[in-house]
Write a protein that binds this ligand. Structure first.
Ligand code: NDP
Length: 484
Protein backbone atom coordinates (compact mmCIF):
# COMPACT_ATOMS: atom_id res chain seq x y z
CA UNK A 1 0.00 0.00 0.00
CA UNK A 2 1.31 3.48 -0.85
CA UNK A 3 2.14 5.94 1.97
CA UNK A 4 -0.85 8.01 3.11
CA UNK A 5 -1.27 11.36 1.38
CA UNK A 6 -0.48 14.40 3.55
CA UNK A 7 -3.10 17.13 3.48
CA UNK A 8 -1.40 20.36 4.53
CA UNK A 9 -2.73 23.81 5.25
CA UNK A 10 -2.62 26.34 2.42
CA UNK A 11 -1.44 29.65 3.87
CA UNK A 12 -0.11 32.64 1.96
CA UNK A 13 0.05 30.57 -1.23
CA UNK A 14 2.16 27.78 0.33
CA UNK A 15 1.36 24.32 1.61
CA UNK A 16 2.51 24.07 5.24
CA UNK A 17 2.21 21.57 8.10
CA UNK A 18 0.21 22.44 11.20
CA UNK A 19 2.40 24.19 13.77
CA UNK A 20 1.72 21.39 16.27
CA UNK A 21 3.19 18.91 13.76
CA UNK A 22 0.20 16.66 14.51
CA UNK A 23 -1.93 14.79 11.98
CA UNK A 24 -5.43 13.32 11.94
CA UNK A 25 -6.30 10.06 10.16
CA UNK A 26 -8.62 10.40 7.18
CA UNK A 27 -10.64 7.32 6.25
CA UNK A 28 -11.65 6.19 2.80
CA UNK A 29 -15.38 5.39 3.09
CA UNK A 30 -15.37 2.80 0.30
CA UNK A 31 -12.81 0.58 2.09
CA UNK A 32 -12.70 1.80 5.68
CA UNK A 33 -8.90 2.24 5.37
CA UNK A 34 -6.91 5.30 6.42
CA UNK A 35 -5.66 6.81 3.18
CA UNK A 36 -4.52 10.27 4.15
CA UNK A 37 -3.33 12.33 7.08
CA UNK A 38 -4.69 15.79 7.68
CA UNK A 39 -2.95 18.72 9.36
CA UNK A 40 -4.37 18.93 12.89
CA UNK A 41 -4.54 22.72 13.08
CA UNK A 42 -5.34 24.92 16.06
CA UNK A 43 -5.62 28.61 16.85
CA UNK A 44 -1.94 29.24 16.02
CA UNK A 45 -2.45 28.07 12.44
CA UNK A 46 -5.64 30.12 12.19
CA UNK A 47 -3.70 33.15 13.52
CA UNK A 48 -1.11 32.67 10.74
CA UNK A 49 -3.83 32.27 8.14
CA UNK A 50 -5.48 35.43 9.43
CA UNK A 51 -2.19 37.38 9.25
CA UNK A 52 -1.68 36.30 5.63
CA UNK A 53 -5.27 37.21 4.75
CA UNK A 54 -5.02 40.56 6.50
CA UNK A 55 -1.81 41.44 4.63
CA UNK A 56 -3.39 40.50 1.30
CA UNK A 57 -6.61 42.41 1.92
CA UNK A 58 -5.60 45.92 0.93
CA UNK A 59 -4.31 44.92 -2.50
CA UNK A 60 -7.09 42.45 -3.23
CA UNK A 61 -9.90 44.78 -2.20
CA UNK A 62 -8.42 47.48 -4.46
CA UNK A 63 -7.83 45.11 -7.37
CA UNK A 64 -10.03 46.22 -10.31
CA UNK A 65 -13.24 44.22 -10.58
CA UNK A 66 -12.32 43.06 -14.10
CA UNK A 67 -9.08 41.55 -12.83
CA UNK A 68 -10.75 39.81 -9.88
CA UNK A 69 -13.37 38.53 -12.27
CA UNK A 70 -10.71 37.18 -14.69
CA UNK A 71 -8.93 35.32 -11.90
CA UNK A 72 -12.14 33.70 -10.65
CA UNK A 73 -13.09 32.65 -14.16
CA UNK A 74 -9.60 31.21 -14.62
CA UNK A 75 -10.11 29.16 -11.42
CA UNK A 76 -13.39 27.90 -12.93
CA UNK A 77 -11.57 26.93 -16.15
CA UNK A 78 -8.84 25.09 -14.24
CA UNK A 79 -11.41 23.16 -12.19
CA UNK A 80 -12.98 22.08 -15.48
CA UNK A 81 -9.60 21.08 -16.92
CA UNK A 82 -8.87 19.02 -13.80
CA UNK A 83 -12.35 17.55 -13.60
CA UNK A 84 -11.26 13.92 -13.61
CA UNK A 85 -8.63 14.29 -10.88
CA UNK A 86 -10.99 16.31 -8.70
CA UNK A 87 -13.94 13.96 -9.23
CA UNK A 88 -11.84 10.94 -8.29
CA UNK A 89 -10.52 12.73 -5.21
CA UNK A 90 -14.07 13.66 -4.17
CA UNK A 91 -15.41 10.14 -4.53
CA UNK A 92 -12.46 8.61 -2.71
CA UNK A 93 -12.79 11.06 0.16
CA UNK A 94 -16.57 11.06 0.45
CA UNK A 95 -17.70 7.65 -0.83
CA UNK A 96 -20.10 9.12 -3.41
CA UNK A 97 -20.39 7.51 -6.87
CA UNK A 98 -17.80 8.84 -9.30
CA UNK A 99 -20.62 9.44 -11.78
CA UNK A 100 -22.16 11.90 -9.30
CA UNK A 101 -18.87 13.74 -8.64
CA UNK A 102 -18.44 14.02 -12.40
CA UNK A 103 -21.99 15.09 -13.09
CA UNK A 104 -22.72 17.35 -10.12
CA UNK A 105 -19.99 18.14 -7.60
CA UNK A 106 -17.09 19.25 -9.76
CA UNK A 107 -19.05 20.99 -12.55
CA UNK A 108 -20.96 22.87 -9.89
CA UNK A 109 -17.75 23.95 -8.12
CA UNK A 110 -16.53 25.35 -11.42
CA UNK A 111 -19.93 26.99 -12.04
CA UNK A 112 -19.73 28.72 -8.63
CA UNK A 113 -16.47 30.45 -9.52
CA UNK A 114 -17.67 31.27 -13.04
CA UNK A 115 -20.98 32.61 -11.78
CA UNK A 116 -19.43 34.93 -9.17
CA UNK A 117 -16.64 35.94 -11.54
CA UNK A 118 -19.39 37.25 -13.80
CA UNK A 119 -21.86 38.41 -11.13
CA UNK A 120 -19.38 40.83 -9.53
CA UNK A 121 -19.14 42.76 -12.78
CA UNK A 122 -22.91 43.40 -12.56
CA UNK A 123 -23.17 44.15 -8.85
CA UNK A 124 -24.46 47.69 -8.39
CA UNK A 125 -25.49 49.83 -5.45
CA UNK A 126 -28.22 52.40 -5.04
CA UNK A 127 -28.40 56.19 -5.17
CA UNK A 128 -31.22 58.33 -3.75
CA UNK A 129 -31.76 61.95 -4.53
CA UNK A 130 -33.56 63.70 -1.65
CA UNK A 131 -35.58 66.07 -3.79
CA UNK A 132 -36.03 69.51 -2.27
CA UNK A 133 -33.27 68.99 0.29
CA UNK A 134 -30.43 69.43 -2.17
CA UNK A 135 -28.82 66.17 -1.16
CA UNK A 136 -27.81 63.04 -2.99
CA UNK A 137 -27.19 59.79 -1.19
CA UNK A 138 -25.27 56.94 -2.64
CA UNK A 139 -24.37 53.61 -1.14
CA UNK A 140 -20.89 52.18 -1.17
CA UNK A 141 -20.67 48.43 -0.88
CA UNK A 142 -17.32 47.66 0.69
CA UNK A 143 -15.73 44.27 1.33
CA UNK A 144 -15.73 43.28 4.99
CA UNK A 145 -12.05 42.37 5.34
CA UNK A 146 -11.00 38.88 6.40
CA UNK A 147 -13.96 36.47 6.46
CA UNK A 148 -14.34 32.86 7.57
CA UNK A 149 -15.96 30.11 5.48
CA UNK A 150 -16.74 26.72 7.03
CA UNK A 151 -18.30 23.92 5.01
CA UNK A 152 -19.57 20.35 5.55
CA UNK A 153 -18.66 16.94 4.11
CA UNK A 154 -21.65 16.06 1.96
CA UNK A 155 -20.87 18.18 -1.11
CA UNK A 156 -17.28 19.09 -0.29
CA UNK A 157 -15.89 21.24 -3.12
CA UNK A 158 -19.35 22.30 -4.27
CA UNK A 159 -20.22 23.93 -0.93
CA UNK A 160 -16.68 25.12 -0.16
CA UNK A 161 -16.60 27.05 -3.45
CA UNK A 162 -20.20 28.27 -3.00
CA UNK A 163 -18.94 30.40 -0.09
CA UNK A 164 -15.42 31.23 -1.19
CA UNK A 165 -16.29 32.42 -4.69
CA UNK A 166 -18.66 35.26 -3.63
CA UNK A 167 -16.39 36.20 -0.69
CA UNK A 168 -13.40 36.63 -3.02
CA UNK A 169 -15.43 38.25 -5.80
CA UNK A 170 -16.60 40.93 -3.38
CA UNK A 171 -12.98 41.77 -2.47
CA UNK A 172 -12.61 39.97 0.86
CA UNK A 173 -9.77 37.71 1.81
CA UNK A 174 -10.64 34.36 3.29
CA UNK A 175 -9.71 31.88 6.00
CA UNK A 176 -11.60 28.69 5.15
CA UNK A 177 -12.00 25.26 6.66
CA UNK A 178 -13.48 22.26 4.88
CA UNK A 179 -14.83 19.35 6.91
CA UNK A 180 -12.00 17.27 8.32
CA UNK A 181 -13.88 14.23 6.99
CA UNK A 182 -13.53 15.41 3.35
CA UNK A 183 -10.61 17.83 2.99
CA UNK A 184 -9.09 16.47 -0.23
CA UNK A 185 -10.59 18.62 -2.99
CA UNK A 186 -10.29 21.80 -0.91
CA UNK A 187 -6.62 20.99 -0.59
CA UNK A 188 -6.26 20.59 -4.37
CA UNK A 189 -7.99 23.94 -4.85
CA UNK A 190 -4.97 25.75 -3.36
CA UNK A 191 -2.78 24.70 -6.25
CA UNK A 192 -5.45 25.68 -8.76
CA UNK A 193 -5.72 29.14 -7.19
CA UNK A 194 -1.95 29.63 -7.46
CA UNK A 195 -2.04 28.60 -11.12
CA UNK A 196 -4.93 30.98 -11.78
CA UNK A 197 -2.88 33.89 -10.38
CA UNK A 198 -4.81 34.43 -7.14
CA UNK A 199 -2.33 36.44 -5.07
CA UNK A 200 -0.86 34.72 -1.98
CA UNK A 201 -2.88 35.20 1.19
CA UNK A 202 -6.17 35.96 -0.57
CA UNK A 203 -7.44 32.43 0.13
CA UNK A 204 -6.08 30.48 3.09
CA UNK A 205 -7.24 26.97 3.88
CA UNK A 206 -6.83 25.54 7.36
CA UNK A 207 -7.55 21.86 7.97
CA UNK A 208 -8.45 20.14 11.19
CA UNK A 209 -11.19 19.40 13.66
CA UNK A 210 -14.33 21.51 13.84
CA UNK A 211 -14.22 22.16 17.58
CA UNK A 212 -10.52 23.17 17.33
CA UNK A 213 -9.62 24.70 13.95
CA UNK A 214 -13.22 25.67 13.12
CA UNK A 215 -13.78 27.11 16.57
CA UNK A 216 -10.57 29.17 16.23
CA UNK A 217 -11.91 30.78 13.04
CA UNK A 218 -15.29 31.57 14.60
CA UNK A 219 -13.78 33.00 17.79
CA UNK A 220 -10.98 34.98 16.10
CA UNK A 221 -11.89 38.56 17.10
CA UNK A 222 -10.78 40.12 13.82
CA UNK A 223 -12.49 37.76 11.38
CA UNK A 224 -15.47 39.89 10.42
CA UNK A 225 -18.04 37.39 9.16
CA UNK A 226 -18.71 33.67 9.23
CA UNK A 227 -20.43 31.85 6.42
CA UNK A 228 -21.24 28.40 7.74
CA UNK A 229 -22.98 25.36 6.28
CA UNK A 230 -23.45 22.35 8.51
CA UNK A 231 -25.60 20.89 11.25
CA UNK A 232 -28.13 22.91 13.25
CA UNK A 233 -26.45 22.13 16.59
CA UNK A 234 -23.06 23.37 15.30
CA UNK A 235 -24.82 26.43 13.84
CA UNK A 236 -26.35 27.22 17.23
CA UNK A 237 -22.94 26.97 18.88
CA UNK A 238 -21.34 29.18 16.23
CA UNK A 239 -24.08 31.79 16.62
CA UNK A 240 -23.53 31.84 20.39
CA UNK A 241 -19.77 32.30 19.96
CA UNK A 242 -19.93 34.91 17.20
CA UNK A 243 -22.85 37.04 18.41
CA UNK A 244 -21.04 38.86 21.27
CA UNK A 245 -18.39 39.93 18.74
CA UNK A 246 -21.14 41.24 16.40
CA UNK A 247 -19.89 39.22 13.46
CA UNK A 248 -22.04 38.95 10.38
CA UNK A 249 -23.40 35.41 10.16
CA UNK A 250 -24.84 33.32 7.38
CA UNK A 251 -26.00 29.92 8.59
CA UNK A 252 -27.17 27.16 6.23
CA UNK A 253 -28.24 24.32 8.50
CA UNK A 254 -30.10 21.02 8.63
CA UNK A 255 -33.34 19.95 7.02
CA UNK A 256 -36.10 17.36 7.17
CA UNK A 257 -37.74 18.12 3.89
CA UNK A 258 -41.25 17.04 2.91
CA UNK A 259 -42.00 15.56 -0.50
CA UNK A 260 -45.77 15.92 -1.02
CA UNK A 261 -47.27 13.76 -3.77
CA UNK A 262 -50.82 14.35 -4.97
CA UNK A 263 -52.75 11.79 -7.02
CA UNK A 264 -53.09 14.20 -9.98
CA UNK A 265 -49.33 14.42 -10.61
CA UNK A 266 -47.38 13.11 -13.61
CA UNK A 267 -46.84 9.75 -11.94
CA UNK A 268 -43.91 8.36 -13.91
CA UNK A 269 -41.92 11.56 -13.74
CA UNK A 270 -42.67 11.92 -10.02
CA UNK A 271 -41.58 8.34 -9.33
CA UNK A 272 -38.24 8.67 -11.13
CA UNK A 273 -37.39 12.00 -9.47
CA UNK A 274 -38.54 10.83 -6.04
CA UNK A 275 -36.06 7.96 -6.15
CA UNK A 276 -33.35 10.54 -6.78
CA UNK A 277 -34.57 13.05 -4.21
CA UNK A 278 -34.61 10.25 -1.63
CA UNK A 279 -31.29 8.55 -2.25
CA UNK A 280 -28.94 10.72 -4.34
CA UNK A 281 -25.55 11.02 -2.62
CA UNK A 282 -26.71 8.26 -0.22
CA UNK A 283 -29.44 10.64 0.98
CA UNK A 284 -26.75 12.99 2.28
CA UNK A 285 -27.94 16.17 0.57
CA UNK A 286 -29.49 18.77 2.82
CA UNK A 287 -32.25 19.11 0.19
CA UNK A 288 -33.20 15.42 -0.03
CA UNK A 289 -36.90 14.80 0.54
CA UNK A 290 -36.76 12.50 3.54
CA UNK A 291 -40.47 12.57 4.46
CA UNK A 292 -42.66 11.36 1.61
CA UNK A 293 -46.35 12.18 1.99
CA UNK A 294 -48.57 10.42 -0.57
CA UNK A 295 -52.26 11.03 -1.23
CA UNK A 296 -54.19 8.02 0.03
CA UNK A 297 -55.79 7.09 -3.30
CA UNK A 298 -52.36 6.31 -4.84
CA UNK A 299 -50.54 5.28 -1.67
CA UNK A 300 -50.53 1.49 -2.27
CA UNK A 301 -49.55 1.87 -5.94
CA UNK A 302 -46.75 4.28 -5.05
CA UNK A 303 -45.51 2.04 -2.24
CA UNK A 304 -45.19 -0.96 -4.56
CA UNK A 305 -43.50 0.96 -7.39
CA UNK A 306 -41.19 2.91 -5.10
CA UNK A 307 -40.01 -0.23 -3.31
CA UNK A 308 -39.29 -1.90 -6.67
CA UNK A 309 -37.28 1.10 -7.90
CA UNK A 310 -35.40 1.33 -4.60
CA UNK A 311 -34.49 -2.34 -4.71
CA UNK A 312 -33.15 -1.93 -8.24
CA UNK A 313 -30.53 0.60 -7.10
CA UNK A 314 -27.04 -0.84 -7.19
CA UNK A 315 -24.98 -0.36 -4.05
CA UNK A 316 -21.21 -0.66 -4.22
CA UNK A 317 -17.78 0.71 -4.96
CA UNK A 318 -18.15 4.39 -5.95
CA UNK A 319 -15.69 3.89 -8.80
CA UNK A 320 -17.82 1.20 -10.42
CA UNK A 321 -19.77 2.70 -13.35
CA UNK A 322 -22.92 0.73 -12.42
CA UNK A 323 -23.05 2.07 -8.85
CA UNK A 324 -26.06 4.17 -7.87
CA UNK A 325 -25.42 4.23 -4.11
CA UNK A 326 -21.86 4.49 -2.80
CA UNK A 327 -20.61 4.43 0.77
CA UNK A 328 -21.78 6.69 3.59
CA UNK A 329 -19.21 9.26 4.59
CA UNK A 330 -17.90 7.77 7.85
CA UNK A 331 -18.34 4.97 10.31
CA UNK A 332 -19.84 7.19 13.05
CA UNK A 333 -22.30 8.57 10.52
CA UNK A 334 -23.26 5.07 9.36
CA UNK A 335 -23.88 4.12 13.00
CA UNK A 336 -26.00 7.24 13.53
CA UNK A 337 -28.17 6.43 10.51
CA UNK A 338 -28.55 2.80 11.64
CA UNK A 339 -29.61 3.96 15.10
CA UNK A 340 -32.51 5.83 13.48
CA UNK A 341 -33.56 2.68 11.61
CA UNK A 342 -33.69 0.87 14.96
CA UNK A 343 -35.60 3.77 16.49
CA UNK A 344 -38.12 3.65 13.64
CA UNK A 345 -38.93 0.05 14.55
CA UNK A 346 -39.27 0.95 18.23
CA UNK A 347 -41.64 3.73 17.21
CA UNK A 348 -43.88 1.35 15.30
CA UNK A 349 -42.50 1.99 11.81
CA UNK A 350 -42.46 -0.84 9.28
CA UNK A 351 -39.31 -1.31 7.19
CA UNK A 352 -40.59 -1.92 3.68
CA UNK A 353 -37.14 -2.43 2.17
CA UNK A 354 -33.48 -1.93 3.15
CA UNK A 355 -32.15 -1.36 6.64
CA UNK A 356 -29.07 -3.60 6.38
CA UNK A 357 -25.40 -2.84 5.93
CA UNK A 358 -23.81 -4.13 2.72
CA UNK A 359 -20.33 -5.62 2.31
CA UNK A 360 -19.27 -5.64 -1.34
CA UNK A 361 -16.52 -8.07 -2.24
CA UNK A 362 -13.09 -6.52 -1.70
CA UNK A 363 -14.65 -3.61 0.23
CA UNK A 364 -16.11 -5.49 3.18
CA UNK A 365 -15.15 -2.79 5.70
CA UNK A 366 -16.63 0.13 3.75
CA UNK A 367 -19.62 2.05 5.08
CA UNK A 368 -22.42 0.76 2.85
CA UNK A 369 -26.09 0.76 3.76
CA UNK A 370 -29.13 -0.37 1.78
CA UNK A 371 -31.49 2.43 0.78
CA UNK A 372 -34.26 2.15 3.34
CA UNK A 373 -37.98 2.88 3.10
CA UNK A 374 -40.03 3.02 6.30
CA UNK A 375 -43.82 3.17 6.46
CA UNK A 376 -45.02 5.31 9.34
CA UNK A 377 -48.43 6.02 10.78
CA UNK A 378 -47.28 8.70 13.19
CA UNK A 379 -45.95 11.75 11.38
CA UNK A 380 -44.90 13.27 14.68
CA UNK A 381 -42.58 10.51 15.98
CA UNK A 382 -38.86 11.25 16.40
CA UNK A 383 -37.83 9.44 13.22
CA UNK A 384 -40.07 11.78 11.28
CA UNK A 385 -39.01 14.90 13.14
CA UNK A 386 -35.22 14.61 13.43
CA UNK A 387 -32.69 14.89 10.61
CA UNK A 388 -31.21 11.48 9.71
CA UNK A 389 -29.16 12.61 6.69
CA UNK A 390 -28.77 9.19 5.12
CA UNK A 391 -30.48 6.85 2.63
CA UNK A 392 -33.62 6.56 4.75
CA UNK A 393 -37.07 7.90 3.88
CA UNK A 394 -40.47 7.58 5.48
CA UNK A 395 -43.82 7.09 3.72
CA UNK A 396 -47.01 8.53 5.14
CA UNK A 397 -50.47 8.65 3.53
CA UNK A 398 -52.68 11.75 3.66
CA UNK A 399 -56.19 12.68 2.60
CA UNK A 400 -56.46 16.47 2.52
CA UNK A 401 -54.24 19.45 1.76
CA UNK A 402 -54.89 20.79 5.21
CA UNK A 403 -53.76 17.57 6.86
CA UNK A 404 -50.56 17.29 4.82
CA UNK A 405 -49.62 20.94 5.35
CA UNK A 406 -49.93 20.44 9.10
CA UNK A 407 -47.71 17.34 9.02
CA UNK A 408 -45.19 18.85 6.60
CA UNK A 409 -44.79 21.98 8.72
CA UNK A 410 -44.60 20.12 12.03
CA UNK A 411 -40.78 19.89 12.14
CA UNK A 412 -38.34 22.47 13.50
CA UNK A 413 -36.67 22.66 10.09
CA UNK A 414 -37.66 24.61 6.98
CA UNK A 415 -35.09 24.20 4.24
CA UNK A 416 -36.87 22.88 1.15
CA UNK A 417 -40.09 21.18 0.10
CA UNK A 418 -41.25 19.40 -3.05
CA UNK A 419 -44.82 19.24 -4.35
CA UNK A 420 -46.10 16.97 -7.12
CA UNK A 421 -49.40 18.01 -8.70
CA UNK A 422 -50.76 19.09 -12.06
CA UNK A 423 -53.24 21.49 -10.47
CA UNK A 424 -51.92 25.05 -10.76
CA UNK A 425 -54.07 26.47 -7.97
CA UNK A 426 -53.00 23.74 -5.61
CA UNK A 427 -49.34 24.17 -6.49
CA UNK A 428 -49.59 27.86 -5.60
CA UNK A 429 -51.55 27.22 -2.40
CA UNK A 430 -49.00 24.63 -1.31
CA UNK A 431 -46.03 26.83 -2.23
CA UNK A 432 -47.40 29.56 -0.01
CA UNK A 433 -48.36 27.26 2.87
CA UNK A 434 -45.20 25.18 3.19
CA UNK A 435 -42.64 26.54 5.62
CA UNK A 436 -39.43 26.36 3.60
CA UNK A 437 -36.81 28.54 1.95
CA UNK A 438 -37.25 26.73 -1.36
CA UNK A 439 -40.31 24.98 -2.80
CA UNK A 440 -39.95 22.83 -5.89
CA UNK A 441 -43.09 22.01 -7.87
CA UNK A 442 -42.87 18.98 -10.18
CA UNK A 443 -39.08 18.97 -9.99
CA UNK A 444 -36.26 18.66 -7.44
CA UNK A 445 -32.77 20.13 -7.01
CA UNK A 446 -33.34 22.38 -9.96
CA UNK A 447 -31.06 25.32 -9.19
CA UNK A 448 -30.53 28.65 -10.90
CA UNK A 449 -27.55 30.25 -9.17
CA UNK A 450 -29.18 33.68 -9.33
CA UNK A 451 -31.95 32.66 -6.92
CA UNK A 452 -31.80 33.07 -3.13
CA UNK A 453 -30.85 29.90 -1.29
CA UNK A 454 -31.42 29.19 2.39
CA UNK A 455 -33.82 28.01 5.03
CA UNK A 456 -36.34 29.22 7.57
CA UNK A 457 -36.86 28.09 11.19
CA UNK A 458 -33.93 25.97 12.45
CA UNK A 459 -32.60 25.50 8.91
CA UNK A 460 -30.69 28.73 9.19
CA UNK A 461 -30.55 32.45 8.74
CA UNK A 462 -29.58 34.49 5.71
CA UNK A 463 -29.57 33.65 2.04
CA UNK A 464 -26.79 32.61 -0.30
CA UNK A 465 -26.83 32.66 -4.09
CA UNK A 466 -27.08 35.45 -6.65
CA UNK A 467 -26.49 38.94 -5.35
CA UNK A 468 -27.58 37.83 -1.86
CA UNK A 469 -24.15 36.34 -1.18
CA UNK A 470 -22.41 39.45 -2.52
CA UNK A 471 -24.59 41.55 -0.21
CA UNK A 472 -23.63 39.34 2.72
CA UNK A 473 -19.93 39.68 1.98
CA UNK A 474 -20.08 43.48 1.75
CA UNK A 475 -20.95 46.24 4.19
CA UNK A 476 -23.08 49.16 3.06
CA UNK A 477 -22.00 52.68 3.70
CA UNK A 478 -24.32 55.52 2.85
CA UNK A 479 -22.67 58.72 1.67
CA UNK A 480 -24.86 61.82 1.83
CA UNK A 481 -23.73 64.91 -0.10
CA UNK A 482 -25.41 68.30 0.07
CA UNK A 483 -25.03 70.61 -2.85
CA UNK A 484 -25.60 74.39 -3.00
P1 NDP B 1 -21.20 19.79 11.11
O1 NDP B 1 -22.03 20.86 11.70
O2 NDP B 1 -20.73 18.69 11.98
O3 NDP B 1 -19.88 20.40 10.46
C1 NDP B 1 -19.88 21.40 9.46
C2 NDP B 1 -18.54 22.10 9.48
O4 NDP B 1 -18.38 22.79 10.71
C3 NDP B 1 -17.35 21.16 9.36
O5 NDP B 1 -16.31 21.79 8.64
C4 NDP B 1 -16.97 20.97 10.80
O6 NDP B 1 -15.65 20.53 10.94
C5 NDP B 1 -17.18 22.37 11.33
N1 NDP B 1 -17.35 22.48 12.78
C6 NDP B 1 -17.76 21.55 13.66
N2 NDP B 1 -17.77 22.06 14.92
C7 NDP B 1 -17.38 23.35 14.83
C8 NDP B 1 -17.20 24.42 15.76
N3 NDP B 1 -17.42 24.26 17.06
N4 NDP B 1 -16.80 25.61 15.30
C9 NDP B 1 -16.58 25.81 13.99
N5 NDP B 1 -16.71 24.85 13.06
C10 NDP B 1 -17.12 23.62 13.46
O7 NDP B 1 -22.01 19.26 9.86
P2 NDP B 1 -21.66 18.03 8.95
O8 NDP B 1 -20.30 18.22 8.35
O9 NDP B 1 -21.98 16.79 9.71
O10 NDP B 1 -22.68 18.23 7.73
C11 NDP B 1 -23.96 17.73 7.74
C12 NDP B 1 -24.97 18.79 8.11
O11 NDP B 1 -24.87 19.88 7.21
C13 NDP B 1 -26.38 18.30 8.01
O12 NDP B 1 -27.10 18.74 9.14
C14 NDP B 1 -26.91 18.99 6.78
O13 NDP B 1 -28.29 19.19 6.76
C15 NDP B 1 -26.17 20.27 6.80
N6 NDP B 1 -26.12 20.86 5.47
C16 NDP B 1 -26.87 22.00 5.23
C17 NDP B 1 -26.89 22.55 3.97
C18 NDP B 1 -27.66 23.80 3.69
O14 NDP B 1 -27.42 24.40 2.67
N7 NDP B 1 -28.58 24.23 4.54
C19 NDP B 1 -26.16 21.95 2.85
C20 NDP B 1 -25.39 20.78 3.22
C21 NDP B 1 -25.40 20.27 4.49
P3 NDP B 1 -15.34 18.96 11.10
O15 NDP B 1 -16.09 18.23 10.07
O16 NDP B 1 -13.89 18.94 10.89
O17 NDP B 1 -15.78 18.60 12.48
Amino acid sequence: MSAPIKIRNFINGNYVDAISGKWIDNYEPMSGNVYSHIADSDEKDVANAYEAAQKAFLNWSETPIEKRSRILIKIADLIEENQQVLAEAESRDNGKPLSLSNLVDIPRASANFRFYGNAITQFASEAHESTGLQTINFTLREPLGVVGCISPWNLPLYLFSWKIAPALAAGNTVVAKPSEITPMTASLLGDICNKAGLPPGVLNIVHGLGPKAGEAIVSHPKIKAISFTGGTKTGEHIARTAAPMFKKLSLELGGKNPNVIFADCNYDKMLAVTVRSSFANQGQICLCGSRIFVEKSIFERFKKDFIAKTQALKIGNPFDKQTDIGALVSKPHLEKVRSYIRLAQEEGGKILTGGNTVHPEGYENGYYLEPTVIELHDAYCRVNQEEIFGPVVTLIPFETEEEVIKMANSVVYGLSATVWTSNLDRSLRMSKALEAGIVWVNTWLNRDLRTPFGGVKNSGIGREGGFEALKFFTEQKNVCIRYE
